[in-house]
Write a protein that binds this ligand. Structure first.
Ligand code: SF4
Length: 654
């Protein structure tokens, strides 16, 4: 065990206890299970059954259904009976917030219950409460009294349980002692886990969700570390990013959070929360999980040296120290390099998909918020480039370029080592394939040369199947050797579909950015077997989406929208689309769109503004955690949100 996983240099699944959910086994050596949650009203038996079936047919191995009160909990029996009558025996999970009574009913009916330690017994009113140690211990006793009956019912009925902590809904008690931190999330779950263990009940799965993938990843790592230290074993983990949103951004955010952990062998079941119909979550889950299936060919890559001691903390974010070369490294946001090397005879219009629009009438370039900083291509261009854009060329083409400020040299490792090859006196990009056997024998020589070279921007890539670990290992090598040159990650894909490529890019680069590695990214592709080349615009969107999701470079409005469930009070998908249409130019503003007032305010985490359903046809608007406009009629609520943005100086005219 290495702090939080079995191996930091190759794929190895974290061993966890086996848990039984109905007939389904998860954890241990079992495949990573995929699941989702219905969005229908739980009292509408047929609608919930029909939607559950669509999810099951799409591949869901567990289906979660909200049970906000006793009535819904009781109706789970009708839903279950109807599903069984139609031949579906997929285990059902009751989602509980605030209502122990509903949990105790549901635990006798369905195969698993999910409780949120932030609101099962504790409350959240955003109050700061000071506890002495004795008072705190008394509170834990109160939780024990209230939670133990549910544990006993689960034990008696063979029902599994998820202790599901959410970053956004930590109780006032936990917040007062631990703050809004990964540590607080872990302790919140550990309190419940200790009580369950004291009853000798172990049919438990845990989760540590957040809408911020960075916080989420740190919390899961910390939880594993705490479980191993305290119990010497781990319970299975359910992975998910909450309120990830929809479309490309929702998929990127989820892939980064979930994929970063899966890469390290962590995770026994996953849910991708999208503001879309739940059956659409399943293909994303499957694309993620198949990267780690048992059929995955064994790693035949060249040896990646093991890491004895990590020179950084995996439990907190700190960007790797680097010096600056032009606009790369040090405190500059990570740059985006667009790979245009597959294009010939590049024209100004070819730059539109990467954020540059040329207007011939005024002879001006218009530059978008998500405009690539560099392009990599094969030729000197026959037009004047926008002022902020530079071009990377291999040595032969670079020699032909007269403007060496605009055209920068990209060297492969062997050319870099050859002192007879000419180069720039100020900036050179140097490619380094990590642990692929080719340059490994010269690695000491390369590192020594890089260390003494203030012109070299390192471009890291790896063709290995464990490429993320290989590149991470090289970052460790750079830190251990005190090499502070800026370093960029190059990630290529040869996947057959753009959906798989999106997940590949998000996981491979996001996992590094989350640990503070990389001063830039370059996404490319190979035409592999049946591979479809992603469009330049899509690649550019994905690159900026990855930087936004890892919060390393903000280039657009961020939407935190809940996936909706049986509590939802308006059409979330339609409303999210309407809000997005009028606010998507507000760079850096975080807007939460939440279906209900019961969980919405707690779960919208660090949003700047909140649009929350507070009753049928009614919306409550928030600025941060403060209620600003209560029960606004939904017909005018989007306009009222715009007014609130204006009053708060967060609005700009298009
Ligand atoms: S915030 Fe959304 S997903 Fe969460 S309970 Fe409310 S309606 Fe359901």
């Amino acid at each position: 065990m290495q702090l939080y996983c079995e191996s930091l240099t190759g794929y190895k699944r974290l061993p966890t206890r086996e848990v039984k959910v109905g007939k389904l086994l998860l954890g241990g050596d079992h495949p990573i299970r995929v699941q989702t949650m219905t969005t229908t009203d739980t009292m509408d038996t047929m609608a919930t059954v029909e939607q559950s079936i669509r999810c099951i047919e799409a591949g869901a191995e567990l289906v979660r259904i909200t049970a906000p009160s006793k009535n819904e909990a009781e109706n789970l029996q009708n839903i279950k009976d109807e599903l069984r009558r139609r031949g579906y025996d997929t285990p059902l999970v009751a989602d509980i917030h605030f209502t122990p009574n509903a949990a105790e009913i549901a635990a006798r009916i369905v195969e698993k219950v999910r409780v949120n330690p932030g609101n099962y017994v504790d409350k959240k009113k955003f109050e700061q409460i000071e506890y002495t140690d004795a008072e705190y211990a008394e509170e834990i006793e109160r939780i024990r009294e209230r939670f133990t009956p549910l544990v006993r019912i689960c034990k008696e009925h063979g029902t599994a349980m998820r202790i599901g902590t959410n970053h956004g809904s930590l109780s006032d008690r936990i917040m007062s002692r631990y703050g809004d931190t990964a540590n607080g999330m872990v302790e919140s779950a550990m309190e419940f886990l200790r009580i369950a263990r004291s009853e000798d009940y172990h049919n438990i799965v845990l989760s540590m969700k957040s809408s911020n993938p960075q916080v989420m990843v740190q919390a899961y790592r910390l939880l594993i570390n705490h479980m191993m230290n305290e119990f010497g074993e781990c319970y299975p983990l359910h992975l998910g990013v909450t309120e990830a949103g929809d479309g490309e951004d929702g998929r990127i955010k989820s892939a980064i959070g979930i994929g970063t952990l899966l890469e390290d062998g962590i995770g026994d079941t996953i849910r991708v929360s999208l503001t879309e119909d739940p059956e659409f979550e399943i293909p994303v889950c499957k694309d993620l999980v198949k990267r780690y299936s048992k059929d995955r060919p064994p790693t035949t890559d060249h040896e990646v040296p093991s890491i004895d001691k990590l020179p950084y903390s995996p439990f907190e974010y700190r960007r790797r120290e680097s010096f600056e070369i032009t606009n790369i490294g040090y405190r500059h946001v990570p740059v985006v390099i667009a790979d245009l090397s597959k294009l010939n005879d590049i024209k100004p219009t070819d730059l539109e998909p990467i954020g540059y629009k040329y207007d011939a009438a005024t002879d001006k370039w218009f530059i978008g918020d998500a405009a690539a900083d560099y392009i990599f291509c094969n030729e000197v261009l026959n037009f004047d480039l926008p002022g902020t854009l530079k071009v990377l060329l291999f040595h032969q083409q670079w020699l032909a370029a007269s403007d060496k400020e605009k055209y920068l040299l990209l060297l492969d490792t062997y050319d870099y080592l050859d002192d007879k090859i000419s180069r720039s006196a100020s900036v050179n990009f140097v490619m380094l394939d990590c642990y692929n056997g080719g340059v490994d024998k010269d690695i000491d020589k390369i590192l020594a040369k890089l260390k003494a070279d203030k012109t070299a921007v390192i471009c890291l890539s790896s063709p290995n199947s464990n490429s993320m670990q290989s590149i991470r290992r090289m970052f460790v090598e750079l830190i251990q050797n005190d090499i502070k040159n800026p370093a960029i990650v190059i990630c290529d894909s040869s996947h057959a579909t753009t959906d798989e490529s999106l997940i590949h890019y998000a996981v491979e680069t996001g996992a590094l950015l989350i640990d503070g590695f990389s001063d830039g990214i370059c996404l490319g592709y190979h035409y592999g077997n049946n591979a479809i080349a992603p469009q330049t615009k899509l690649l550019n969107n994905i690159a900026f989406g990855i930087l936004q999701a890892t919060r390393t470079r903000i280039s657009k409005t961020e939407y935190i929208s809940c996936p909706s469930c049986g509590r939802t009070l308006f059409d979330l998908q339609e409303t999210t689309a309407r809000i997005r249409a009028v606010t998507n130019h507000l760079k850096g503003v975080k807007i939460a769109i939440m279906g209900c007032i019961v969980n919405g305010p707690g779960e919208m985490a660090d949003a700047d503004f909140g649009y929350v359903g507070s009753g049928p046809g009614k919306i409550t608007l928030y600025r941060g955690k403060e209620v600003v406009k209560k029960n606004v009629a939904s017909e005018v609520a989007v306009n009222e949100l715009i007014n609130l943005l204006k009053e708060s100086d967060a609005w700009v005219e298009v």
